[in-house]
Design a protein around this ligand. Structure first.
Ligand code: FAD
Length: 392
């Protein structure tokens, strides 16, 4: 009699991943640990090499579903070393009064991690596996789905080349080139919608002795009704702040055109934090303004040849802190299906998209809803029980 408790048989084959971001680099570990030879193409240069220029890194909140995925390939401890637990939200009102809300019970927390640091660690771990072959500076220009061929452009030489693939995993983010090829297939549903809000990264400096000048183990929020700022702790004592702000209107990115306007605005609405941001106006004008998109599409698979994971299939706005976590969970679920269905890639891809799509849609809705909660309702004492801990 067949033993259904044992994982189904797998056969080893060369696999291709497009995009060595957070999800692609984690996925390469999952697939390599199953014995596959995995080639990962990435548009950018290797972020671990000297001379790589990157903007100030966004910090991300890593939560349970993300940890499960990291632990699934045995790298939870490596990442824990660079993560800071945040046990609660701390809300800053306009007078500098602080109130808090716990994220869970006792020691439950979400964790602050640097996106760039996490990506570099995942790449190091992937590269340590001899079955993972990382190819940087390779931009995917197009995918011929029927011929199973990729067109790549080498960013250093400018040369274009065609590569055959047998199975392709599209983890190339919200503006996925792999998805773009699938969009041209029959009955492919696709939508993207932008918020009228953008975001800007700012920084709170560490204290003179490298200490955290706000409560370290917390996610800080300055809710202001129609907009907000948040801050997540870094290991070096600084905080990474993100201002979520309308593009247009009376209080908006468009309205703040000069250093004096920025300074005056921050002093009025975020007065307690201004003394901790000595480079405020310089950073404000230097750092780009990002936009916030929700991408929905279906199907996520093309036959048993191509499948999309992470932001390529479900980019969401960041207010639920779950975009990366959901992408990591894609890896967990795909791995479970590989256990279950072995070499039946058709069943694996089909089950994957059927299981994940409703979850991704729910996450997209929650993320949009949570924006209102974070920027507005967390400041409303009628909405949530608040504990006053300090007033200036
Ligand atoms: P990406 O991280 O975008 O990686 C895609 C990779 O593919 C990149 O390396 C890119 O260079 C490469 N690529 C793109 N196009 C090509 C091409 N044509 N050829 C080759 N390579 C290509 N998520 C959370 O879970 N928690 C948070 O707290 C959180 N906060 C966020 C805050 C902000 C302001 C934003 C914008 C997002 C936040 N997210 C958060 C979401 C999270 O950043 C994404 O969900 C996550 O990065 C998705 O990972 P990915 O690997 O799918 O895509």
């Amino acid at each position: 009699m067949a033993d259904f408790s044992a994982p189904a048989a797998t056969s080893v084959e060369p696999l291709t991943i497009m995009g060595a971001g957070l999800v692609g680099s984690l996925l390469s570990l999952y697939l390599a640990q199953r014995g596959h030879e995995v080639t990962v193409y990435e548009r950018r240069a290797d972020p671990r090499k000297a001379g790589f220029v990157e903007g100030r890194s966004i910090n991300l909140a890593l939560s349970d579903r993300g940890w499960r995925a990291l632990e699934g390939v045995g790298i939870g401890d490596e990442i824990r070393r660079v993560a800071i637990p945040m046990y609660r939200r701390v809300m800053h009102d306009q007078q500098g009064n602080l109130t808090t809300q716990p994220y869970g019970q006792d020691n439950q927390a979400i964790y602050s991690v640097s996106r760039a640091g996490l990506n570099r660690t995942l790449l190091d771990l992937a590269e340590a596996d001899p079955r993972v072959h990382l190819r940087f500076n390779q931009q995917c220009l197009g995918v011929d789905l029927r011929e199973r061929q990729l067109e790549l452009r080498d960013a250093e030489t400018g040369q274009r080349a065609t590569h055959a693939f047998r199975r392709l995993f599209g983890t190339d983010g919200a503006y996925s080139a792999v998805r773009a090829a699938m969009q041209r297939t029959d009955r492919f549903n696709y939508s993207q919608s932008y918020l009228d809000y953008g975001y800007k990264e700012l920084n709170i400096e560490p204290g003179p002795g490298g200490e955290w000048l706000l409560e370290k183990n917390a996610l800080h929020i300055w809710p202001r009704g129609q907009y907000m700022m948040i801050a997540l702790p870094n290991l070096d004592g600084s905080f990474n702040c993100t201002l979520f702000f309308p593009f247009e209107g009376e209080k908006s990115f468009a309205a703040l055109q000069t250093p004096a306007q920025v300074q005056a605005f921050f002093e009025e609405v975020f007065p307690d934090v201004v003394p901790l941001m000595p480079d405020l106006t310089q950073e404000y004008f230097q750092n780009p303004t990002g936009s916030l998109v929700t991408v929905r599409c279906f199907p996520w698979a093309f036959d048993d040849d191509v499948v999309l994971l992470g932001d390529a299939s479900h980019a969401i706005v960041p207010f639920y802190g779950q975009g990366m976590n959901a992408g990591f969970e894609d890896c967990t679920v795909l791995n479970e299906l590989l256990d279950q269905y072995g070499t039946d890639w058709h069943a694996i891809f089909e089950q994957f998209q059927q299981q994940r799509k409703p979850n991704a849609d729910a996450m997209a809705e929650l993320a949009l809803y949570n924006f209102e909660e974070m920027r507005d309702r967390v400041a409303d004492p009628r909405f949530l029980l608040q504990k006053k801990i300090e007033s200036k």
